[in-house]
Write a protein that binds this ligand. Structure first.
Ligand code: MOS
Length: 752
């Protein structure tokens, strides 16, 4: 590998290389694929949350002109094989196989897939299915009768937490609650399947094309090499397109039965129960400190809601147990089974709810100690995690607090609640820590010299809108010293070298390292080819005397363009690399090709613990009479190792802050307690922040060098930004009003 100092491309603020394609509509998303003989599918979903289908009458649907077929449990039972669910560490979003039996597990469960000649006919026919249910009273979630509970891990223990809590002079014992949240990416959860000679092509937006390919192959009992997934562009995902939902195999089955491609574009409402959601959580958090504010005990007990059959939980206590120095820690998590669809990944799945509880409690503790909240964090800062005593690979938490506090002007804060006011507006300033585990996966990439002297990067990695195309181009540009305009990147195709899920904030770190290595190998090949060539200026020279820069080989013998070298070389010149993160067994790469993900890092990195950090400061203004809440100013400072592309990194973190404000003030899925149904399943009723809700946002990127995490020193930051934000807002609301709101979202009625 090359020894030269990094920095010619990595770290340079670079506009997205696919930006032009995206704004001109040239970028084709999976549902944009056109087949002349395509048939169209429409889902029919359950009106009840618990019970059985007694009867499905198809005659109305069959009478609709253009009707082709309806898949129901009666004709589809046994045709989709089970696939391990995310709750068991598998690929499927849920263990529920909706057309395998008449049983109904949750409202909105797929009960039929209707296919017709046109989308309109499919919708009309779907609306004419007559379904009779035997309904049982469902359990909606927390506090509903009929739920069951079980331990869900999340157990961390050191010292004697209960005894230390009882003995400490200053303590907080508080309960926090976060609501259900639903994914609403702009792009819907579409699937288009086409068969060709017994081979299946799936066009579906996906965060993990290798997993989708392998999973559907298993579900349909196909050899994996007969399945290909194409997902070159994804219109938003954040966890909702990471696991395999039941729709894909059903669309594939319909396409096989009809002998023609089938396209499904579910409605936004259907998306609420088709893809996964963030489960509602409850927390009891006990913090105890000595009079100087040093933590003596931390006890975090979490509860999460899941479906009847799946014990899905995020158990964020592995992070909250380790964020601060504390000699006595005890945590545990419980999952509650209700008649709901199985939850799943949503941006910072574990940290968002669990760090909200911890960082709210830290603010309460600071108040009880009469100590500045930043100072409380400083007194409990640590470079070793308290559970196993492992060192952090790097820890910039207090650097982030100090930089953000400085930019925010925190020193001017009057700590007394309600003391800061401007006219009718009560002003509150709050802060909280952000952190996210740095995890890595195996990855493979190929970089090839093109005929025009540029390079082509190929890996199955997914760009879910984060800027992966550009990040990976920069990694290749760095190793080859080529301008980024000369790098072409091909992604989102399962037939390319295997890359991991675009999830867990691992992809940039994992795949940039693979691309950088592959490009480094190509570079070595280019020099060899130049000296081995019979003609050309470098024939027979010593390759170490040749420099490669800006697409030219230069040395004592003269100069040669890569275009010329490509023309003279007998065959393709390429570099290929597979990277295996430290601590993973060699078979992890083969497992990835089989769709099994091996992730390592965060609290479980070998010999150390690795996280990216941040600190977020929020100003709220609460109207003294109406209790309207505004957030005029947010400042976040973050450190995440080497920043590959500051432009897209900032935009990711900004997006995270916005989502965090949404979590704090707007977002919640409302559940009808009697019917266990979601009642605000659309973008007019499901509140998210709009432009008018977001005012000044400042993102500060702090330099950080951490060569332990991976050779390029990259820490993921895709999920870092919305961790802690909700606590910072809640803490600011408390500062403004003296009112501590412990259940999100904080809406004005909670302040009246
Ligand atoms: Mo992220 S929730 O791991 O897509």
């Amino acid at each position: 590998m090359r020894e030269a100092a990094l920095g010619s491309a990595l770290g340079r603020a670079t506009p997205r290389i696919d930006g032009r394609q995206k704004v001109t509509g040239e970028a084709l998303y999976p549902a944009d694929v056109v087949f002349p003989d395509c048939a169209y599918a429409c889902l029919v979903t359950s009106a009840i949350a618990r019970g059985r289908i007694e009867e499905i009458a198809l005659d109305g649907a069959e009478a609709v002109p253009g009707f082709l077929r309806a898949l129901t449990w009666k004709n589809t039972k046994g045709q989709v094989r089970p696939l391990a669910s995310a709750a068991e560490g598998g690929l499927a979003a849920t263990s529920i196989r909706p057309l395998d039996s008449p049983q109904i597990w949750h409202a909105g469960q797929i009960v039929a897939l209707v296919v017709a000649e046109s989308e309109e006919a499919a919708r009309e026919a779907a609306g004419k299915l007559r379904i009779a249910y035997a309904e049982e009273p469902p359990s909606a979630g927390f506090d509903s009768p009929g739920t069951t509970k079980e331990p869900a891990g999340g157990e961390e223990e050191v010292g004697e937490a209960e005894a230390a809590f009882a003995a400490a002079p200053v303590k907080i014992d508080a309960r926090y609650e976060t609501p259900t949240q639903h994914h609403n990416p702009l792009e819907l959860f579409t699937t288009t399947c086409a068969w060709n000679d017994g081979a299946l092509i799936i066009h579906e937006p996906s965060q993990f094309v290798q997993g989708l390919k392998q999973g559907v192959a298993r579900q349909l009992d196909l050899p994996p090499d007969r399945v290909r997934v194409l997902s070159p562009f994804v219109g938003g995902a954040f966890g909702s397109k990471a696991s395999i939902t039941p729709r894909t195999a059903l669309v594939a089955l319909a396409a096989r039965q009809l002998g023609r491609p089938v396209k499904l574009v579910p409605t936004r409402m259907q998306g609420f129960t088709l893809a996964t959601h963030r489960a509602e959580t409850r927390h009891r958090l006990r913090l105890a400190a000595d009079r100087e504010g040093r933590l003596q005990a931390l006890i975090h007990e979490g509860q999460e809601v899941s479906s009847r059959p799946d014990a899905y939980s995020v158990a964020g206590t592995d992070t909250t147990a380790r964020l601060y120095a504390c000699p006595n820690v005890a945590t545990r998590v419980e999952v509650l089974h209700a008649d709901r669809d199985t939850p799943g990944f949503m941006r910072s799945p574990a940290e968002v709810p669990y760090v909200f509880a911890l960082e709210s409690a830290m603010d309460e503790l600071a108040e009880a100690l009469n100590l500045d909240p930043v100072e409380l964090r400083r007194r409990n800062d640590t470079d070793r995690e308290p559970i196993g005593g492992k060192p952090y690979s790097s820890r910039a938490l207090m650097r982030c607090f100090d930089a953000a506090a400085e930019a925010f002007g925190w020193s001017a804060r009057d700590p007394r609640p309600g003391a800061m006011r401007e006219g009718d507006w009560l002003i509150g300033w709050g802060c909280a820590a952000a952190c996210y585990p740095t995890v890595l996966c195996p990855a493979a990439a190929r970089v090839t010299l093109r005929a025009d002297g540029g390079a082509c990067v190929e890996t199955s990695a997914e760009d879910i809108g984060t800027g992966a195309y550009t990040a990976l181009a920069l990694a290749a540009a760095e190793a080859l010293d080529l301008p980024v305009e000369m790098i072409e990147v091909k992604l989102g195709d399962s037939s390319l070298p295997a890359a991991p899920v675009a999830g867990g904030s691992n992809l940039t770190a994992s795949v940039c390292n693979a691309v950088w290595q592959a490009a480094g190998r190509l570079r070595a090949r280019l020099l060899q080819a130049a000296v081995r060539s019979n003609a050309g200026p470098f024939a027979g020279s010593d390759p170490t005397t040749i420099r490669l820069t800006e697409g030219w080989l230069r040395g004592d013998g003269g100069e040669q363009s890569l275009k010329d070298l490509a023309a003279r070389s007998g065959g393709p010149l390429e570099g290929y690399a597979e990277t295996l993160p430290e601590g993973l067994p060699p078979e992890a790469m083969e497992k990835l090709r089989r769709g099994e993900l091996s992730m390592i890092g965060g609290p479980s990195a070998p010999k150390r613990i690795q996280y990216a950090f941040g600190a977020e400061f929020v100003e709220v203004r609460v109207h003294a009479r109406t209790r309207e809440i505004r957030t005029p100013r947010v400042v976040g400072a973050f450190a995440a190792g080497r920043i590959v592309n500051p432009l897209t990194a900032k935009s990711q973190l900004m997006g995270g802050l916005i989502w965090g404000i949404g979590s704090a003030l707007h977002e919640a899925t409302e559940i009808d307690r009697r019917s266990a149904r979601y009642t605000n399943q659309d973008l007019s009723e499901y509140l998210i922040p709009v432009n008018a809700d977001i005012e000044a946002l400042e993102v500060i990127l702090l330099p950080e060098e951490d060569r332990q995490v991976n050779p390029l020193g990259i820490k993921g930051l895709g999920e870092l930004g919305n961790v802690g934000t909700a606590a910072a807002v809640a803490n600011a609301v408390h500062h403004a009003t003296g009112r501590r709101v412990r259940d999100l979202p904080i809406r004005m009625e909670k302040l009246l």
